[in-house]
Design a protein around this ligand. Structure first.
Ligand SMILES: C[S@@+](CC[C@H](N)C(=O)[O-])C[C@H]1O[C@@H](n2cnc3c(N)ncnc32)[C@H](O)[C@@H]1O
Length: 260
C-alpha cells in the first residue's frame, strides 16, 4: 500500500492537476489553482516542457545514438513518456525512471510497459542521495554504466537546492560520451515566474529559480553543450508543427550536453 501525505501539496501532483490528470488531492489542487492565478501561463509552460522532453529524448536516440536512459524526476505518467519515444527509435532501448513521489510509484506499471526487446525499470529514490540510486540492483541490471547513458532531468532541478551537487554526483557515475539533458525553472523569462515560485514555496514545495548562466555552469568544464546551448525551452530544436510560444509564456530553460 502506497503511503501518501495528502495534506501537503507535491510538485508531481500539482503538475498532474494542471495538465488535466486525476492523480491529485485537495492540497495539490488548491496550490495549483493559486499558482495558475498568479501566473496563468503555467499550463502552457508545462505543455511546452513535455514537448521539449520528447524532442530531447528523440535527439538522444537519433543524433546522440543513445540506447540507455536514466530519467530523474519522472513524474506521473503522461503519454508519450520517454521510453515510448526512444523505443520507437530502437525497441531494444533501456530506460530507468526515478522519482521520490509515492504516487509515481503507484503508476510504475504504466511506466514499465515498454517494448519487449528493451527494458524499463522504475526506482523510487530521492535524488539528493544519488549513491543509493546508483547502487540499486534494478538500475545496475538495466543500465551498463561502463557505456554512455542519456540522463534526463526534466522540470526537476527547481525542486533541489543544491543542483550543482546533484549534477556532480550523477556525473561521477557516467562514462564519457554520456549526455545530460535538463530543463529548469528561471526568473529570466516570464515575469510571473517569481510570484509562481513564491506560491510553490509557501505551499510546501520550495522552488529554486536559476539564471541561464547558473544552468550553463552545471555543464561547464565537463560537458560540451549541443547547439543551441541553454535556451528558452521552446527554442531547443523546435518542431515545425508545434505552436509558437513567446518568452512570457514559459519559465524554463533547456540544455543538453555531452560528457567529455
Ligand atoms: C514537475 S515534475 C516533472 C515531471 C517530468 N520530468 C516532466 O517534466 O514532465 C517534477 C518531478 O520531480 C520529482 N522530484 C522532485 N524532487 C525529487 C527528488 N529529490 N528526487 C527524486 N524525484 C524528485 C517529483 O516527484 C516530480 O515527479
Amino acid at each position: 500500500m502506497v503511503q501518501v501525505d495528502t495534506t501537503v501539496a507535491h510538485s508531481a501532483r500539482m503538475y498532474d492537476y494542471v495538465l488535466g490528470g486525476k492523480d491529485n488531492y485537495l492540497a495539490d489542487r488548491e496550490a495549483a489553482e493559486e499558482a495558475l492565478k498568479v501566473w496563468p501561463e503555467l499550463w502552457t509552460s508545462m505543455r511546452v516542457n513535455r514537448a521539449v522532453m520528447r524532442r530531447m529524448a528523440h535527439w538522444l536516440a537519433t543524433e546522440g545514438g543513445i540506447r540507455q536512459f536514466l530519467d530523474i524526476g519522472t513524474g506521473i505518467p503522461t503519454s508519450p513518456n520517454l521510453h515510448e519515444v526512444v523505443q520507437e527509435v530502437d525497441p531494444a532501448s533501456r530506460v530507468v525512471y526515478v522519482d521520490n513521489d509515492p504516487i509515481v510509484l503507484a503508476h510504475a506499471r504504466a511506466l514499465l510497459a515498454g517494448a519487449p526487446q528493451g527494458r524499463t525499470a522504475y526506482v523510487e529514490a530521492d535524488m539528493r542521495d544519488s549513491d543509493v540510486l546508483f547502487a540499486t540492483p534494478d538500475l545496475r541490471e538495466t543500465l551498463d554504466l561502463s557505456r554512455p547513458v542519456g540522463v534526463t532531468v526534466i522540470a526537476m532541478l527547481q525542486f533541489v537546492e543544491d543542483a550543482a551537487g546533484l549534477i556532480d554526483e550523477v556525473t561521477a557515475h557516467l562514462a564519457p560520451g554520456s549526455y545530460l539533458a535538463l530543463t529548469a525553472a528561471t526568473a529570466d523569462l516570464a515575469r510571473g515566474s517569481t510570484a509562481l515560485a513564491e506560491v510553490y514555496t509557501r505551499r510546501g514545495v520550495p522552488m529554486y529559480l536559476r539564471s541561464c548562466r547558473e544552468l550553463e555552469a552545471l555543464f561547464a568544464d565537463r560537458y560540451d553543450l549541443v547547439e543551441p546551448g541553454v535556451v528558452p525551452m521552446q527554442d531547443w530544436h523546435p518542431a515545425e508543427d508545434e505552436d509558437s510560444v513567446g518568452v512570457e509564456q514559459t519559465n524554463m530553460f533547456a540544455g543538453l550536453g555531452r560528457l567529455r
